[in-house]
Design a binder for this molecule. Structure first.
Ligand code: PEP
Ligand code: MG
Length: 566
């Protein structure tokens, strides 16, 4: 392959990294499937049990390392993998297959994991797709121990860019520390645990690049652009110097932007909150000046569990988050399992209704500890939202805890399904607030599958912008808060347009908070509003973007260029 070679993936953790490649996982051989004799069954079972216990010990050690480095709040990510090591459906079923089908442990394990993954992979939801990856990760650990292979160790000299087919979260804990300065994986999505860890540790990362590891040699120079999702291998000395300068500017920028304000050039304060998936991100949200949590994606606490945590366990998490953020507001979104949609408030089965009530009870009970709001995802009909509200009241009336019964709990909804945006005026009569999700809204409006990485669903498409305008206009007329928590708000170009459409509250990933504040300070709302008006008349998202870049350039150009955004 010629150099420089350029690859495109998903920008999973912002920042720029430059360094020699360290390719891991290439040494692993394929799975060897063998039938075994009756007499060999017990030794094969013992071999499997030993692999399970070594793998468990490895993940326990990673959990300890994570706790030592970042406190106990990070542990839940790895608890999931530990739970899977004791799971009858995975471990028990593998032993059974060894025993009943007389096959070796590697074969039995891959059969069982394929079976477990099948329904998850068939689901349209990226959440379930990611859960299938978790099963792969546990399988990777177990196979490594069955083969007696050692885990790759971080390089000992100088900064390196880790190149991997995939990285299990336990390995990520171990490897995403100096001297690793950047990460590139062939697999993965922005919502994978490994991507979350990369963001948490501040390691620029590009994931889901596709076949790559075979193309790169150890020590080849790699540039990672965690803003655009670009990976360059074998860059010229000039390109390398430019990337290094960009990296250094961004590091200095982050340090300088920690406690800046978010007031536009014409003096309007914009509220910038954080999107959070795990309690471990709360501290970083505070350190980066979040004015609250505009979107707490609670489904991340379910990870690979068969059912959500019990009310008291949820309460413990919610309370910790609410009191850490107090007096700032925390908006908990009820479980959003998308493709599955079982936990939408209409048409619920008995079991799902019970789960949703448990969650609402826990949020109500936590709401006395600070400022809390609750919202429902994927609301598509008025009836559904009214039922959701009624369910909150039902929970409230059944609670014996007087403080929770009296707690003020605004109940809002995501506007992320076109029907909700189209009827925004009517929804505004019943909801306490809107949080606009541009990710789903773009996909549903333009009829693209959210799983499709090459999907052309872009929030800057004029059709989506029209719906965004409907939502904010309806909210403003009803004098009701309306934030934007989809990724459009986190895009330093599109954010100018969101402000122009009238959005005054946004919620972005923690790592984007400083950049979002800097964008806001450089925006003149009058100009942004004119640009937004004209954008609605454009013919494509690309045309909109070009126009935004050109017209906001006089004020934002320097920042965009400095950070290499345009
Ligand atoms: C959205 O759809 O824009 C959103 C914020 O929700 P999620 O990304 O969690 O689906
Ligand atoms: Mg959504």
């Amino acid at each position: 392959m010629t150099r420089p070679a350029r690859f495109k993936g998903i920008a999973a953790s912002i920042g720029v990294a430059v360094g020699p490649a360290r390719v891991i996982g290439r040494e692993r051989s394929g799975v060897s499937n063998r039938r075994i004799e009756e007499a060999a069954v017990s030794s094969e079972l013992a071999r499997f049990e030993q692999a399970v216990s070594k793998s468990r010990a490895e993940i326990e050690a990673a959990k300890q390392e994570l706790t030592d480095r970042h406190g106990s709040t990070y542990a839940p990510i790895l608890d999931v993998y530990l739970l899977m090591h004791a799971d009858a459906l995975l471990i028990g079923a593998t032993s059974e297959a060894i025993r009943n089908d007389r096959i070796n442990a590697e074969w039995a394990l891959s059969r069982v994991t394929e079976r477990l993954k099948k329904p998850l992979l068939e689901d349209a939801s990226s959440y379930f797709q990611e859960r299938a990856r978790d099963i792969d990760h546990v399988q990777d650990h177990l196979l490594r121990h069955l083969r007696g292979e050692q885990r790759s160790e971080p390089a000992t000299d100088g900064p390196t860019i880790l190149i991997a087919h995939d990285l299990t979260p336990a390995d990520a804990v171990h490897m995403l520390a100096p001297p690793t300065v950047g990460l590139v994986t062939e697999m993965g999505a922005g919502s994978s645990h490994t991507a979350i860890l990369a963001r948490t540790f501040g390691v620029p990362a590009v994931v889901g690049v596709g076949p790559l590891a075979t193309e790169i040699e150890d020590d080849e120079l790699v540039l990672v652009d965690g803003f655009a999702g670009d990976v360059t291998v074998g860059a010229s000395p000039q390109e390398r110097r430019a990337a290094e300068a960009r990296r250094d500017r961004f590091t200095a920028f982050l340090a300088a932007e920690r406690s800046t304000s978010a007031v536009t050039r014409d003096g309007v304060s914009i509220s910038i909150m954080a999107n959070v998936e795990l309690p471990s991100e709360v501290q970083a949200a505070l350190e980066n000046g979040a004015e609250g949590i505009g979107l707490y994606r609670t489904e991340f606490m379910c990870l690979d569990r068969l059912e959500p945590p019990c009310e008291d366990d949820q309460l413990e998490v919610y309370r910790a988050v609410v009191s850490a953020m107090a007096p700032r507001r925390v908006v908990f979104r009820t479980f959003d399992w998308r493709g599955d949609k079982r936990l939408r408030a209409h048409d619920l089965g008995e079991r799902e209704r019970a789960w949703l009530k448990i969650q609402i009870n826990a949020v109500l009970r936590a709401s006395g500890d600070g400022s809390v709001a609750l919202m429902f995802p994927m609301v598509s009909t008025l009836e559904e939202f009214l039922r959701a509200r009624a369910l909150v009241e039902e929970c409230r009336s059944e609670l014996s805890d007087e403080r929770a019964r009296l707690a003020e709990l605004p109940v809002g909804m995501m506007v992320e399904v076109p029907s909700a945006a189209l009827l925004a005026e009517r929804f505004a009569q019943h909801a306490d607030f809107f949080a606009v999700g541009t990710n789903d809204l773009a996909h549903y409006t333009l009829a693209f599958d959210r799983r499709d990485r090459r999907s052309a669903a872009k929030p800057l498409d004029p059709a989506v912008l029209g719906l965004l305008q409907r939502a904010i206009t309806a909210a403003t007329e009803a004098d009701m808060p309306c934030s934007m928590c989809g990724d459009m708000a986190a895009d330093p170009v599109a954010l100018g347009l969101a402000l122009g459409l009238g959005y005054r509250q946004i919620s972005v990933p923690v790592s984007v908070l400083p950049l979002a504040r800097a964008v806001v300070r450089n925006v003149d709302l009058e100009i942004a509003a004119e640009v937004a008006r004209d954008a609605l008349q454009c013919t494509s998202a690309d045309e909109v973007r070009e126009m935004v870049v050109e017209r906001l350039d006089p004020h934002l150009g320097a920042l965009w260029k400095e950070q290499g955004i345009v």
